[in-house]
Design a protein around this ligand. Sequence first.
Ligand code: AMP
Ligand code: MG
Length: 420
Amino acid sequence: MNKSIPVTSACDKPQTPWLNVNDAIERMTSSVKKVHGTEVVAIRDALNRVLAKEVISTINVPPYANSAMDGYAFNSVDLPTSDEKTLTLVGKSFAGIPFAGEVKPGECIRIMTGAQMAKGTDTVIMQEQVQVNDTAITIQSGHCKNENVRHIGEDIKDGDTVLNVGQLISPAELGVLASLGVAEVTVQKQLRIAFFSTGDELRNVDQVLEEGQIYDSNRYTIFGMLKNLGVELIDMGILPDDRQTIEKAFKKASTQADAIITSGGVSVGEADYVKETLDKLGKVDFWKIAMKPGKPLAFGFIDDAVFFGLPGNPVSVMATFYQFALPTLKTMMGLKTTKATVVKVPCKTALRKAPGRTDFQRGILQTNEQGELVVESIGMQASHVLSGMSKANCFIILPQDWGNVEAGTLVDVQPFHGLM
Ligand code: AMP
Ligand code: MG
């Protein structure tokens, strides 16, 4: 701990026992289930979707032994142990146009990368390592049997389970599916998520601001985070701080969506009528979470729809979405892996922190001149400074009981790229 940095003011300290971050994640993720429903889609449409039925290969990949190099194929009985050996050139095997005959001892064929190994051959020498004339090649010693040969099924074997239920389909999976000749896969139905902002002060980007008004930015960060997650979006706009309007919107959202995400209106002072409405319509708890930024959060159910009432401050919205809504939604999507990547790296800058809450400070993760990963603070850490989220590329996660952090301390870092 660095004594020279003043700790944050006493009003940051929890007055009542707050829920810690990991307990809150555990409570949320364990209270939801995978949403039912699967569909069969063409593999390109399966990108960023969750696999609902395992994929078992019905072929070997590669389907036949082939050459890893442009060169010459022959039988390893002809490999010279000393001196050199000359082999007669009897044909060629190109990718897609294999050599039809059999290669006998003392013979070889010209072979290209990916071309099928001919009967009688088990070894390839790359073209740069042989002397060639029109009818023969001369090879030296120092090579071994099976050199430069890709074996049948060495990537995937016939009968292998290649992809598992709950796996996210990324570009690599699309390619693997294509390499198996699989044209369609069964995936989980996309989640439908309704989201809206609450606040009398909020205006749309196409409106002119009057005194006391601000633009609604939360609906855009939430849109972006949900879009990257690959869910169906129902944008319900901005709701004024009005009981009837909110009640109507909550009702409508709960009939249309698997989950509802709101921002704002859950802090003390405002929470009462939102809470009242939620109490009337469903079962939603208002939590104080020992985290910074973030603290107030509502979570529960309106009928079958899961409800996340995120705080209003723009950085708090993103931090609580990533830490709580994301793993919970991933669980609902049927994803096997819901945890974000965390790495330990030294922090270049000293960090100000008060014990009592887990901090998700915004940082920049980069490599220093020695090629080592280091993180530094973006500076101003206030929860309304959304531009800081844009400057940052990671959260620096500081445990609840930590105070100020000295420069050089190893800290947990959660890269934004590892979140989705
Ligand atoms: P609240 O929780 O509604 O009291 O909001 C806390 C802070 O976040 C206030 O400064 C709000 O003006 C701000 N805020 C709430 N919703 C939004 C939004 N959609 N976009 C930008 N700022 C917001
Ligand atoms: Mg508000």
